[in-house]
Design a protein around this ligand. Structure first.
Ligand code: ADP
Ligand code: MG
Length: 366
């Protein structure tokens, strides 16, 4: 899987081991009623589970009973699990055609897939246009090389190395988004170029979070906060205070006194961060993160993190990856040109910059 969120490599390794043992078991670590338990009174409940999208999912919500919250929690888990399987690029599942199946059949044949895959890929093509080619789900050939070198470098840090430029260059010739042929009528996807592959790691988690949030809302979950590995989506506001939810943005500096960098107010919207501080490997003392700028074929190095606030969590995810790959001036102009999208950039020297209205989302006194 390629959806590791804001978690450290050690945590990931641990997750990976656990995953092997109890592959698909839902772990509800906590289901807590923290305030009043009366029949009619709304109470705050919380659940957490691991495994999906190789990260942890947290749900906080207000419902009248614990059972009602458990039902929503289960619904979210079941739905996210289906997305996780469909959008997986590393694993096969019996009887299911997923993104990996499409990759395995590149240049061979169209693959019949679930509508949720067609929708993700249509969304990804739009995103490619919107982000001026920076977020490219057809960039799998190059991303796979970096992924393999990173994995090897983490396993054997002494011998960590960088991919040869020529190898990257050759792979980059097989990353044309137009070569993803979507046939909606027959519900098939065909990769025209046999050497290309899809990597949906930049968009899948946010897109799935958005779809699942909509489903939960449609079923009556009226006040909740869903976080899938840091892709945060607020369902309406906090019903007990009638105020937006307060959501912390992680401090990229692990040594910092306060692990929360800023607290922002979210009312029925999304907050997504892309950063260089959790998924990286080190070669000759220099860090190489997991977001690759298609312009250079190398990890983008402009910032430590970029956070996006907008209504749609799928768009926020796609934009955070894209913005991470753009110089600040270009990114600022880009974000300010998009309606209802705000961004915060944290530079390597800890300088912070905001788009036009980002600061209006920061909680007073933060
Ligand atoms: P995270 O998954 O850590 O939350 P992102 O949303 O920024 O972070 O996605 C990063 C993942 O997206 C990478 O692990 C890789 O699989 C993929 N990726 C990296 N660079 C690009 C790019 N330029 N275009 C599309 N996908 C990318
Ligand atoms: Mg992203």
């Amino acid at each position: 899987m390629n959806y590791r969120g804001r978690i450290c490599p050690l945590y990931f390794l641990r997750c990976h081991l656990i995953k092997k043992v109890i592959s698909t078991i839902l772990l509800i670590l906590t289901i807590l009623g923290l305030t009043g338990c009366g029949e009619k009174k709304l109470a705050r409940y919380q659940s957490e589970f691991i495994m999906l999208f190789d990260t942890s999912t947290r749900i906080v919500g207000y419902t009248r009973t614990k059972e009602e919250f458990s039902r929503y929690s289960q619904l979210i888990y079941d739905s996210l699990k289906e997305y996780h399987i469909l959008y997986d690029i590393y694993n096969d599942y019996e009887g299911i055609n997923n993104i990996k199946t499409i990759n395995d059949n590149a240049g061979i044949r169209p693959v019949k897939v679930d509508k949720r895959i067609i929708d993700l890929l249509k969304f990804s093509k739009e995103v490619y246009e919107k982000t001026r080619g920076k977020t490219n789900v057809a960039y799998g050939a190059v991303l796979k090389i970096w992924h393999d070198y990173r994995t090897q470098g983490l396993e054997d840090p002494e011998n960590a190395s960088l991919p040869p430029f020529e190898e990257l260059k050759t792979a980059s010739e097989h990353t044309n988004i137009e070569d993803i042929i979507i046939d909606e009528e027959n519900s098939t996807v065909f990769l025209k170029d046999p050497l290309m592959s899809l990597d949906v790691g930049a968009v899948a988690k946010g897109y799935a979070t958005e779809q699942v949030s909509k489903t939960a809302k449609g079923k009556g979950m009226n006040s909740a906060l869903l976080s899938v590995g840091g892709n945060v989506r607020a369902l309406n506001n906090n019903v007990t205070t009638n105020q937006p939810w307060n959501v912390g943005i992680q401090n990229p500096d692990p040594e910092a006194e306060n692990p929360v960098f800023k607290v922002v107010k979210l009312d029925d919207g999304a907050l997504v961060t892309s950063g260089d501080y959790e998924r990286f490997y080190t070669v000759d003392g220099k860090r190489y993160n997991h977001i690759i700028d298609p312009a250079t074929m190398y990890p983008a190095e402009y910032f430590t993190s970029v956070s996006i606030i907008c209504k749609d969590s799928g768009l926020a995810d796609a934009l955070s990856t894209a913005l991470f790959c753009m110089p600040f001036e270009e990114g600022l102009e880009f974000i300010n040109s998009l309606p209802e999208v705000e961004a915060m950039w944290i530079f390597k020297d800890k300088t912070v910059r905001y788009s036009e209205n980002f600061e209006s989302f920061i909680k007073e006194g933060q």
